[in-house]
Design a protein around this ligand. Sequence first.
Ligand code: TXA
Ligand code: MG
Length: 316
Amino acid sequence: MAQIGTDKQAAKGFLEAGNVVGIPTETVYGLAGNALNPDAILTIFRVKNRPSFDPLIVHTDSFAKLDQFVTDIPELARKLAKAFWPGPLTLLLPKRDLIPDLVTAGLPTVAVRIPNHPLTLDLLRSLAFPLAAPSANPFGYISPTTAQHVADQLGDQVPYILDGGPAGIGIESTIIGFENNVATVFRLGGMALEQIERVIGPVLVQTHSTSNPKAPGMLSSHYAPRKPLILLSAGTSPQPGERAGALVFREPFGGIQANHQRVLSPTGDLNEAAKNLFAHLRTLDTLPIDVIYAELLPNSGLGQAMNDRLRRASVQ
Ligand code: TXA
Ligand code: MG
């Protein structure tokens, strides 16, 4: 069983030995391994049961180190990095040969970000290599926002989980690429579109699922609990006799018993809602209910990324 603790030296030791470790970030917990070591990368894919066509994000601690991993940093990317790193934003940049093809699933670009978490930044500073880290959940399931979530699902395959407390943002990073000098968002996430557009102007948003997705977070069914999730919209409500639960924004829904409901933010704060989203979905998945109804959020700020997750979770 994984040990959970705050010992950076222990985490460093496992990573240097080619092992994988659970790490905290401000978005969600990651399953980290040496990004330059193909064996460590293969272990990540195996532990997560992740298809090899789904590339990983490379985490580093300083903008200066980027030149080691990428051949070019377009001006738009520089602006965003300057404004938002460390933070919940991932940039797709042309990769150097140093980054194994396994990491990028053969793509010519590598996804990179500097996470904003003091423990993980310290850990990254102490290492001679960057960390590849997908969210530390089995492929397709809800991302973990606490060390215990990681232990619950991957604990028997991971020697150590670095505990940095509950994730402060709670939703995965926003992913943005720069093909032909056009900024394109491929995954909505913890950095709101409005904030990005304030720095670089209007961006394209291309988060539709396809059979050959650029970002498999774009797969139509993803981020999903095991129980069926139905969006609470006009016309949907629990059937008589149905054992239903609900995920709601500000207040419980009339037709469902109160202890089977989870409220994301009683004050209507979208940042608080994002912080609670995945933990509440996990809890609902364990209650004695057969179906989860979920209310969509206002479509601004982090509401957009949360609605994206809920829509994907509702696809069976
Ligand atoms: O907040 C986050 O981004 C978290 C924390 C741990 O940093 N990580 C995370 O990783 O969410 P993961 O592997 O669960 O999601 C990464 C997404 C995937 O959908 C993958 O397809 C996409 O990033 N991605 C990675 N490299 C890519 C590339 N070169 N081009 C397009 N998409 C890429
Ligand atoms: Mg993920």
